[in-house]
Design a protein around this ligand. Structure first.
Ligand code: C2E
Ligand code: CA
Ligand code: CA
Length: 601
């Protein structure tokens, strides 16, 4: 028995609807007769006439405030007339009625609504027939009985005392008439260890970027329809609460563990998605469901609700739409928390390494610079790939700190290299968020000043993907970096979708051809053609051009012949720690470079 029903006599315990209808003289025969009538009627027209009939009350000043609840209530009334009934219907109807009460409806509305419905239906029926048959006459009778049924049914809820109204305001979400977050707290009863599990399923509606074209009425319509659809999926005893603008929770006591919560979640998702399709908004929004159980995943409403939300977040991370909490999820979470802790620890202790990979000039084989690449080894010895490190930093909101650490490291390395007689430059990689940090150029300037390093020795690499096409702030940060004397490279060129017009406006000084094109150049004419054109394009725009992923000697010869300025790749050297790099650079200068260009074997 839920505690809310003790507070709110209006949120009823499940009703046996068949019995209720039978008590109003609406048995099997009447129901099927009415269904037949319904199927032959023009529903849209009927709804239209109904709203005309109900308009005088909808215009009532005291009701205008609650217009959405009125519309919902009419819809629920039509459900009973149309016999679209299911087990959850009484609760739905009653909650809509409650929402009307909250909007302070005029006294006697139930009776007036019911009589409008009856009169409209009867007129409809009469208009369809030239002369009334005995069956039609009995249908008209059935319709009036429905009227009585509705009035009788709602009468009990018609007078709301002030104290009750306060409770309603506290526990019912007025837009949808559904119980709210506070009500969820009241309904929740933790299951004991020996009882079947109860589940909380948290449904989220997520608007896509294209939803920007929708107005608030369209969004509200989707929300109302989804709420209705989810409510229809509830079993007797379940409660659907609206816990946010775009979030609902189904509380399913005693549903049991195993596949049941999963199946219930799938059913919710399906009906919610159907509702989105019905209102024509499926292209603009998606739904996801996370579930959690009591006693397994928590013993308080808050605890279980949060576990359900975490499960939903995990589903979304994995590109799924449903996930139920469980021991594995908690382990993953513990793992994530541990990783995050280790990551912060590593930031604090400067535990990230930068390896240097040489970039050589193709004209004379000289090595004027290197790219700094991030390396992180976790406490257990596993090496985390740099793109994963970057993704983690973004996820934990620590990208700015990581980038600043990388820049400080690179500047310290530049100083060390200078002292060792290796006067090269270093390029560091920036992530998308870095460009939205207007203080970045100032930070870099200070770091360089501390070590007395010329700005020309530090270059910055950015990928197309990290730049929003026409973001003024991004462009201004890049321009400031270039104007301060830094090289600015457009990295991974060819993997994005940027236009040539954009490329022309980009304040870059270098372009790096992605290794995807360089790789199969010797075998594929198309890739050769692409690389050749990119080299020409870069030259035309006044950019120097670097080929990445140079893994074979043939690459070197072809790129030289095409007029490409510089090359980087495993064929020249792999990324390596500072000491190894210094040793490599000295050897390269004395041996390899003297014999440049290499003779083809
Ligand atoms: P990237 O900027 O394109 O860096 C070049 C990547 O290609 C490096 O991978 C390098 O080890 C690899 N590579 C170099 N030569 C060859 C070759 O001949 N063949 C092949 N197959 N690969 C080659 P790595 O070190 O795993 O870095 C991956 C990406 O992580 C980088 O791609 C960059 O986008 C990102 N990254 C690395 N360090 C940082 C950093 O400090 N900050 C940020 N924001 N991103 C970083
Ligand atoms: Ca790079
Ligand atoms: Ca690259």
């Amino acid at each position: 028995m839920n505690r809310l029903s003790a507070i709110l006599p209006f949120v009823p315990a499940p009703t046996d609807i068949a019995a209720e209808l039978a008590a109003h003289g609406l048995g099997e025969f009447e129901q099927s007769a009415l269904r037949a009538l319904w199927h032959s009627a023009d529903i849209a027209a009927l709804r239209g006439r109904l709203s005309v009939a109900l308009a005088p009350w909808a215009d009532d000043a005291s009701m205008r405030a609650g217009h959405a609840p009125v519309a919902n209530f009419f819809s629920a009334c039509l459900d009973v007339v149309g016999w679209e009934l299911d087990q959850a219907w009484p609760e739905r109807m009653r909650s809509q009625w409650l929402a009307l009460q909250l909007g302070t409806v005029p006294v006697g509305l139930a009776a007036r609504v019911a009589s409008a419905i009856v009169a409209t239906l009867q007129a409809d029926l009469a208009a369809q027939r030239a002369s009334l048959s005995a069956l039609d006459a009995s249908l008209i009778q059935i319709v009036s009985r429905i009227g009585f049924f509705l009035v009788g049914w709602l009468d009990g809820a018609a007078s709301v005392t002030e104290a009750q109204a306060r409770l309603l305001a506290e526990y019912v979400e007025p837009g949808s008439g559904l119980p709210n977050r506070a009500a969820l707290e009241q309904i929740f009863l933790p299951a004991e260890a020996d009882e079947p599990s109860s589940a909380m399923l948290a449904v989220a509606l997520m608007w896509g970027g294209s939803a920007i074209v929708l107005n608030s009425a369209e969004r509200d319509l989707a929300r109302i329809e989804i709420g209705r659809a989810l409510g229809k999926r509830a079993r007797p005893g379940d409660s659907l609460c609206r816990v946010g603008d775009d979030e609902w929770v189904l509380w399913a006591p005693g549903i049991g563990a195993g596949v049941r919560p999963q199946l219930a979640a799938a059913a919710l998702l399906e009906s919610g998605e159907q509702a989105l399709r019905n209102v024509g908004l499926a292209a603009h929004a998606t739904l996801a469901v996370g579930g959690a159980l009591t006693p397994e995943d928590g013993s308080t409403a808050d605890g279980v609700f949060n576990a359900a939300r975490r499960a939903r977040a995990a589903a979304l991370r994995e590109g799924r739409t449903i996930r139920i909490a469980g021991p594995e999820l908690e382990m993953e979470r513990a793992e994530r928390v541990q990783t995050e802790r280790e990551f912060i620890e590593a930031l604090r202790n400067n535990a990230f390494e930068l390896h240097l990979q040489p970039v050589i000039q193709l004209s004379d084989g000289e090595c004027p610079g290197a790219e700094a690449l991030l390396r992180w080894q976790r406490a257990d010895g596993t090496a985390v790939p740099p793109l994963t490190v970057v993704a983690m930093a973004e996820q934990f909101g620590l990208m700015q700190q990581l980038t600043r650490l990388v820049i400080q490291r690179a500047t310290a390395m530049l100083s060390e290299l200078g002292e060792q007689g290796v006067p090269i430059g270093i390029a560091v990689n920036l992530a998308g968020g870095d460009l939205r940090d207007p203080e970045l150029p100032e930070f870099i300037a200070q770091a360089l000043a501390t070590w007395h390093i010329a700005p020309s020795r530090l270059a910055l690499e950015l990928t197309e993907g990290s730049m929003i096409a026409d973001d003024a702030q991004t462009m201004s940060v890049i321009a400031r970096l270039r104007d301060a004397g830094h090289g600015v490279a457009l990295d991974d060129f060819g993997t994005g979708y940027s236009s040539l017009a954009w490329l022309r406006r980009l304040p870059a000084t270098r372009l790096k051809i992605d290794r995807m094109f360089v790789h199969k150049m010797p075998e594929t004419a198309q890739d050769r053609a692409i690389v050749r054109s990119v080299v020409q394009l870069a030259q035309g725009l006044g950019l120097s051009v670097i080929a990445e992923g140079v893994e074979r000697e043939e690459h070197v010869h072809m790129l030289r012949a095409m007029g490409c300025d510089a090359a980087q790749g495993f064929h020249i050297a792999r990324p390596m720690p500072l000491d190894a790099f210094i040793a490599w650079w000295r050897r390269w200068n004395s041996e390899t470079q003297a014999a440049w260009p290499p003779v083809t074997g």
